[in-house]
Design a protein around this ligand. Structure first.
Ligand SMILES: [Zn+2]
Ligand SMILES: [Zn+2]
Length: 889
């Protein structure tokens, strides 16, 4: 026997207990031999250094809702979890540890550094996997993968070698983003561009043949030491006569040609630009067009090279200061302007990125892009929302070769070997013993692959590729990928290209792009703003179910999520509502009340629908409808619709009406009657829990286990299927009439501040005989729910009867207030409020008619005023009519 239910729901102990049971029960483990339809999904692997943030919380919640729903709907379901080795992030963590010990990775050496990295991974990596469990994710942990696992590494090597053998991977010189602190080339995604208040320095370069200067502007004066030309636009009349002449580089006194090239922006600065092919990507391209030399003046550490003459060995920024002093002293500094421009910084360490020419490995992506474009164009892969397709195409049609090498150690070392004797390069699946050409010794490439390279193989490498495994056959292609909008290019597109290339199949059939979680004011969460919400704190305070429900209720496809703790409080209250409804039901069960099979309930309907109480027929009809609507919503990734349907059903139909209607009859009915009532009640609660389970797995499992039930766990119980016998539009319509009548009477009472406990006498005018019959049949329920004593059906409510009157779908009603309130005092109160409302309406009417106000006020203020105006008018009419019905007393 489980312990009795507490008055309020305490999430923490319940969550811990059930997660352990689920995991131990093996309910999340997929079966690769099953013949059931399959639903597979791979997790966007979090970084091994990662800790759960709101973005993960959202994504994992959405994944889990789908996976749980599919699992309960009879699918053989796989949610494959794992982690990414995250080269740069791990290097950053370890570099800081080494720094604290006055060490660098270079002092440590590659092998010892990698030992340290693996040790760190075993001891401190993957915290996030534990944190994910707290959220309730139903991952198949028996299939957990890591991008540097043996199998996944083999897949990386295989792909690299094949692409190299096909000539798609090559080595070349390239200008890359270089972080002088992390000492590696970094991808465009890892460069953060932030606007900075900087300066624009105007320098004067003397013309070589004497007689004047060319003035030009730069934001990075220290790079001038590497200038090999100055450039003007070919159609710029101001400088046409100088093209082909030379200028002299100040300080170093090198002669530079004046070239004409359309890449020059005539409106920037003076229209003359310095050209530094070794330190700027645009200049690099210009340098290639004009065969300019490339002089490297900044080294890998961000220090000036020997080419920088007197500044050799200085830090790049110290050099800038000294050089500017010199230029000023020599009269080469024309002027300085304040200038705001964006500066690229390393995502990891915020060091200003330096463009650098180096030899890198590249993947020629264009041939892979073609089929990947076709797969989306033809609809074999769908984007949800569809609009993200456009972004995908934009990138794919303008695709550049991908620089795949990184000068780091933690990651997949490139399987290439160099022979210094004859210059041969060997790319191989196995370590080659010696140079095949000259027999000389080989040394392996020290570079590793970009982390995204292994991520691109994730959907099939995790299932065992390159081997032909049972898992690969059973679960590939996966059904859907859920990910954020920021990595469509870096990850989604690359998975599509690699998947098609190496398996001949798309890696997934749908890509659902989720929104970004922002703060309540719709601002992006950031450490510097101090508005970061920690999901772990939310889990502690509100419980996993409330966190999940909040996130899913706000997950409108294609929009960002302004996260509000008010909603979270609301959904914690919802969890309590569910809890209390269950407490009530369980408290009214007796020994021998068995599990409620859906077939048994269907039989009741088939044997004699009319013998069942109206509310039973109605709730079964609604349960059936809502379960179908919920499945439709989830099928289209409309998580917010799904959660609002199940919320509305549970709270506003099941709790507010059904349970209230059933309450009085549970104790007193005859055994036979009670039997069918309890059967329906248990069934409805059981199936409502099933519908809620994907959103709120913990509380639903806890309650379901306490209900009479069959089966081990709600996790693997069947999701409600459509049952045509449940359809009962007539019952729905009739219930609507009764609910409307009760709700109108309740709101009339509330208007007069009459407590629900205070019983009133009422009269009803119902002209339609069928409605009359309906109300009479259910009069006890109406009386009970509306707080009425005597109810009389009359043909007309005469004005002198002195009743509070109201109109509903069923007809008219009159409530006798004589015993309930001091009618005179109430009338005075209403009159005062009426006067107050009138004057407020006048004020606001003037305002929204005022042209000047309309022109000046922000749009939302105008809208707010209009809405308030409409609201007041409605209030005024209501007060007037209430007063009218009291006036006759
Ligand atoms: Zn860095
Ligand atoms: Zn050789």
């Amino acid at each position: 026997m489980p312990a009795p239910m507490e008055k309020t729901y305490e999430p923490r102990p319940v969550e811990q207990r059930w997660y352990d049971v689920w995991e131990a029960g093996g309910y999340f483990i997929a079966d690769n031999k099953s013949t059931r339809p399959r639903f597979s999904i791979v997790i966007p692997p979090p970084n091994v250094t990662g800790s759960l943030h709101m973005g993960h919380a959202l994504q994992h919640t959405l994944h889990d809702i789908l996976v749980r729903w599919k699992r309960m709907s009879g699918y053989n379901t796989l949610w494959l979890p794992g982690m990414d080795h995250a080269s740069i992030a791990v290097h950053y963590v370890l570099d800081r540890q080494l720094e604290a010990r006055n060490l660098t990775r270079f002092a440590l050496g590659r092998e010892r550094f990698l030992d340290l990295a693996w040790k760190w991974k075993e001891e401190s990596g993957g915290i996030i996997l534990k944190q994910m469990r707290r959220l309730g994710v139903s991952c198949d942990w028996s299939r957990q993968r890591f991008t540097m696992d043996e199998g996944l590494s083999r897949a990386v090597t295989e792909v690299f070698v094949q692409l190299y053998e096909e000539g798609l991977i090559y080595r070349g010189e390239y200008i890359v983003n270089w972080c002088p602190r992390c000492k590696t080339a970094i991808s465009d995604l890892e460069v953060i561009y932030e606007p900075r208040r900087g300066k624009l320095w105007y320098l004067k370069y003397p013309l070589a043949n004497g007689g004047g200067f060319l003035s030009l502007a730069t934001t990075r004066p220290e790079t001038m030491l590497g200038d090999t030309a100055v450039a003007v636009h070919p159609e710029d009349e101001r400088y046409r006569h100088l093209v082909g002449k030379s200028v002299v580089l100040p300080v170093l006194h090198r002669e530079l040609p004046v070239i004409a090239d359309p890449f020059v922006d005539r409106t920037f600065g003076t229209g003359v630009v310095k050209v530094t092919p070794a330190h700027d990507p645009h200049d690099y391209q210009a340098g290639l067009r004009h065969a300019l030399p490339r002089i490297r003046v900044i080294d890998d550490d961000g220090k000036m090279t020997a080419e920088a003459g007197p500044y050799a060995g200085m830090d790049r920024f110290a050099c800038r200061e000294k050089l500017l002093e010199q230029l000023q002293a020599d009269g080469y500094l024309a002027k300085v302007e304040e200038y705001e421009h964006s500066v690229g910084q390393c995502d990891r360490c915020s060091t200003v990125v330096e463009p650098k020419i180096s030899i890198q490995w590249f993947l020629n992506v264009a041939p892979l892009a073609k089929p990947a474009i076709e797969a989306v164009e033809s609809g074999r892969i769908q984007f949800v929302p569809d609009s993200f397709k456009k972004r995908y195409f934009e990138w794919m049609y303008n695709i550049h070769d991908w620089c795949i090498s990184r000068q780091l150690w933690w990651g997949h070392r490139i399987p290439a070997w160099f022979c210094d004797g004859c210059g041969e390069i060997v790319v191989s699946r196995e370590t080659p013993p010696a140079c095949g050409k000259c027999g000389g010794p080989l040394r392996q490439e020290t570079d590793i692959l970009d982390t995204w390279f292994s991520s691109a193989l994730w959907p099939f490498s995790t299932l065992g590729w390159p081997d032909d495994t049972e898992d690969l056959r059973a679960f590939y292609p996966t059904a859907v990928l859920i990910t954020g909008p920021d990595i469509i290019f870096f990850w989604v597109a690359r998975m599509i290209m690699m998947g098609l290339k190496f398996t001949g199949e798309v890696p997934f059939r749908q890509v659902h792009i989720n929104g970004i979680v922002r703060d309540a004011g719709r601002k992006k969460m950031s450490k510097t703003r101090g508005n970061v919400i920690d999901p772990l704190e939310l889990l502690d305070e509100y419980g996993a179910d409330a966190v999940r429900f909040t996130l899913s209720s706000m997950a409108v496809p294609g929009t960002d999520i302004p996260f509000s703790s008010d909603r979270m409080k609301g959904y914690r209250a919802f969890a309590n509502k569910v809890w209390n409804a269950a407490r009530f039901v369980l408290g009214n069960l007796r020994e021998g009340d068995g599990p409620a099979k859906p077939e048994a309930v269907d039989r009741l309907l088939a044997e004699g629908r009319s013998r069942l109480p109206l509310e039973d027929r109605w709730i079964l009809h609604r349960l059936n409808q809502v379960s179908a609507e919920l499945s439709q919503a989830l099928d289209k990734f409309r998580f917010h619709d799904g959660s609002s349907q199940v919320y509305h059903f549970f709270w506003h139909e099941l709790c507010d009406w059904y349970i209230e209607l059933v309450k009085p009859s549970l104790g007193s009915d005859s055994d036979a009657e009670r039997g069918s009532r309890v059967l329906v009640l248990i069934h409805v609660l059981d199936h409502a829990l099933r519908m809620l389970h994907p959103f709120m797995p913990f509380i639903t499992e806890e309650i379901w286990q306490r209900l009479p039930h069959e089966g081990e766990s709600l996790t693997i119980a069947e999701f409600p299927k459509p049952r045509p016998v449940r359809e009962d539009p007539a019952a729905a319509e009739e219930m609507q009439v009764l609910m409307d009548l009760v709700a109108s009477i309740r709101s009339a009472r509330a208007e007069m501040n009459i407590e629900q406990r205070k019983q009133l006498d009422a009269c009803l005018v119902i002209s339609n005989t069928r409605t009359q019959d309906l109300v009479l049949r259910n009069i006890a329920k109406v009386r009970n729910l509306a707080g009425l004593r005597n109810v009389e059906l009359v043909s007309k409510i005469s004005s002198d009867q002195g009743l509070l009157r109201g109109v509903t779908k069923a007809g008219e009603f009159g409530l006798d207030l004589k015993d309930a309130i001091d009618v005179r005092a109430e009338r005075e109160r209403l009159q005062k409020e009426l006067a107050r409302t009138r004057s407020e309406i006048e004020k606001i009417s003037k305002k929204i008619a005022d042209q000047e106000f309309l022109a000046r006020a922000p749009e939302e203020v105008v809208l707010e005023n209009r809405a308030r105006h409409a609201e007041l008018l409605e209030r005024f009419q209501k007060l007037e009519s209430t007063l009218g019905s009291l006036a006759s007393q």
